[in-house]
Design a protein around this ligand. Structure first.
Ligand SMILES: NC(=O)c1ccc[n+]([C@@H]2O[C@H](COP(=O)([O-])OP(=O)(O)OC[C@H]3O[C@@H](n4cnc5c(N)ncnc54)[C@H](OP(=O)(O)O)[C@@H]3O)[C@@H](O)[C@H]2O)c1
Length: 216
């Protein structure tokens, strides 16, 4: 796993790309407007980074991060991501994304929508419950006292393990919360959404989550 593709290169995509480059990965970043609009970002990231179209980023990534407003998830290329691990950072904010009946009724979750859109990919929900500023600033080496932990869910256990190893390299402990359907436990409005928590604190917060507490 050496190249991470990014579909979306805004607050979270940019912060994650920087962490990835610092940790020794190659990154290919993309957005909706085209690679020529990412010259400054790539210049700041250095020689391990390049800009491309979203399709090219999907093709180039051994692992691909989807980090765009949820309302645009159907734009994510399907065929190029077949068989790949796809990390989903997205959150549902109806005032930004419009209303999705499956989410309002809590019959599904945002990451499950992406998984349905990408039926042969292995979607892992991660990085959605930390702000981009905190993500950039709070990583520490493994073993650091009180190290911040991030939650993951996904239906493929091997994909969860691979993403957990990646997150550890980027500076964070991991709490594996199981299947993708459990992703609501750290969606907006839950106790785990936002605060800096170590693995024990995050585990408690995930257990304390109640449904029907969505913000917005
Ligand atoms: N900001 C945070 O602290 C934070 C924390 C955790 C999770 N999240 C979630 O992560 C996701 C991204 O948030 P963000 O704050 O990074 O958003 P952002 O700063 O607005 O950046 C969004 C990025 O997605 C790109 N994009 C939009 N539509 C696209 C499409 N159809 N195809 C390809 N690229 C597209 C945008 O490119 P253009 O500019 O060219 O349109 C931009 O690079 C959201 O779901 C958000 O809720 C955000």
């Amino acid at each position: 796993m050496t190249t991470i593709g990014f579909i979306g290169a805004g607050h979270i995509g940019g912060a994650l790309a920087q962490l990835a480059v610092t940790a020794g990965y190659e990154v290919v970043v993309s957005n909706s407007r085209g690679p020529e609009t990412l010259v400054d970002l790539v210049g700041g990231l250095g020689d391990s980074a390049r800009a491309a179209t979203s399709l090219e980023a999907a093709e180039a990534g051994d692992v691909v991060v989807v980090t765009i407003p949820l309302k645009s998830y159907r734009d994510v290329p399907v065929g190029a991501l077949a068989g790949k691990i796809v990390i989903d950072t997205n959150n549902y904010y109806p005032q930004r994304d419009g209303h999705f009946d499956e989410l309002d009724s809590e019959q599904s979750t945002s990451a499950e929508l992406l998984q349905v859109h990408l039926p042969t990919s292995k979607v892992v929900k991660a990085f959605n419950h930390i702000t981009s500023a905190d993500l950039a600033a709070q990583g520490t080496p493994a073993g650091t006292e009180g190290r911040r932990a991030l939650a993951i869910v996904g239906d493929d256990a091997e994909a969860r393990s691979a993403v957990a190893a990646l997150i550890d390299r980027l500076g964070y402990d991991v709490v594996d919360a199981g299947a993708l359907a459990a992703g609501w436990r750290y969606q907006p409005g839950t106790p785990a959404y936002g605060p800096r928590l170590d693995a024990a604190g995050l585990t408690r917060s995930l257990a304390d989550a109640k449904r029907s507490v969505r913000v917005g």
